[in-house]
Design a protein around this ligand. Structure first.
Ligand SMILES: [Zn+2]
Length: 174
């Protein structure tokens, strides 16, 4: 075990140990919506999103412990950041910057973590995870774990945060 009990931001207490690492499998399982077939993201109607444009859509996560979590997705089906054509990749950079700034502007946000994992659904999606300000235990990548541990953000506060983010987004985006 690494000395996790000395890390202020480690979310757990008590006696835990790492799992045994199993040998590699022959091939990885396909991700949800592989090659754009039966993809939940491609099929999702615009009214499921908090903000849409011609080429981008912003999906709110279900309310959880962090004050706001949203996902940015290209409207068209691309799997990896490196698959984006150059013009869309350039626009993606502007979107990442603008969405981060809009979330940070809602107040009492210590940091907006901008993340891309992509092992679940194949359709490219960027996570924006806002952590509360001034709580040192919530810094860093464990914020994604704390999101599942902290009490769920009340729905009225969650909706207010979403609306504040949308209001702060530049209207000419995308
Ligand atoms: Zn898709």
């Amino acid at each position: 075990m690494p000395p996790v009990d000395e890390w202020e931001e480690f979310p757990f207490d008590g006696d835990i140990r790492p799992r045994v690492l199993l040998p590699p499998v022959d091939r990885e399982e396909p991700r949800q919506g592989e090659d754009g077939v039966d993809g939940r993201t491609c099929a999702r109607p615009d009214d499921a999103f908090i903000w849409t444009s011609e080429r981008w859509r912003l999906l709110p996560a279900r309310p959880n412990g962090l004050p706001l979590v949203v996902l940015l997705e290209p409207r068209a089906h691309y799997a990896e950041p490196g698959d984006l054509p150059d013009d869309l990749a350039a626009e993606c950079g502007v979107m990442l910057s603008q969405v981060e700034q809009a979330i940070r502007s809602i107040g009492d946000i210590g940091r907006v973590h901008v993340c891309r994992w992509g092992d679940g659904s194949e359709h490219l999606h960027w996570w924006f995870m806002a952590r509360p300000a001034r709580i040192p235990q919530l810094i860093g990548s464990f914020a994604a774990i704390w999101d599942d541990i902290l009490p769920v953000t009340p729905d009225d506060a969650w909706q207010a945060n979403l609306q504040a983010m949308v209001t702060a987004l530049r209207p000419q985006l995308g």
